[in-house]
Design a protein. Structure first.
Length: 171
């Protein structure tokens, strides 16, 4: 398995599973606190930032986007029509399934890929530069913002909810 495969697909899927855990805690918490689900999904850290719902959509767009680019396959398109936390969990699960189904062999030539982003015309990045300088930082930016929005709304979560599921082994 290539480093690109491990750092992109495995990192994305582990992180999206953590987000699902946060969203499930959020569901339980909003029921206990009698908080309106829609107002939480529309919550944002600052007026010019995307709300929680859009942050989750961007997380999945990033994960399927960079994984597909490295594998040289078409990026699936999702409608941004989620209106509940369950809808967002379904979207995350679909993305985990898509990313997890890409064979590791598809990443064998990823280091030779010229990554062209549709919003930067006439330029490309090497796969390594793209992964290090854009794909993972952008992915984690939206993950952290989603976490911060949930935390800012009052849900008592901590770093262990964000990191989640360490692969610990005996010495």
């Amino acid at each position: 398995m290539t480093n690109t495969y491990l750092l992109s697909t495995q990192t994305a899927n582990k992180t999206m599973k953590s987000i699902i855990g946060l969203l499930k805690k959020t569901q339980k918490w909003i029921l206990e606190q009698k908080i309106d689900e829609n107002s939480l999904l529309e919550a944002r850290l600052a007026p010019d930032m995307f709300p929680l719902k859009k942050q989750i959509q961007i997380i999945t767009d990033n994960a399927k986007g960079f994984s597909a680019r490295f594998a040289g396959i078409e990026i699936p398109k999702y409608e941004d029509n989620e209106i509940t936390i369950d809808d967002l969990i379904d979207r995350l699960n679909r993305t985990i399934e898509f990313v997890g189904a890409i064979p590791s062999e598809n990443f064998d030539n990823a280091s030779e890929e010229k990554i062209v982003l549709p919003f930067i015309q006439g330029k490309f990045q090497s796969a390594e530069d793209y992964l290090r300088d854009y794909a993972l930082p952008n992915f984690f930016f939206h993950v952290v913002i989603a976490y911060a929005i949930i935390r800012n709304q009052g849900l008592p979560i901590g770093k262990s909810d964000f990191i989640n599921d360490l692969n610990l082994q005996d010495l």
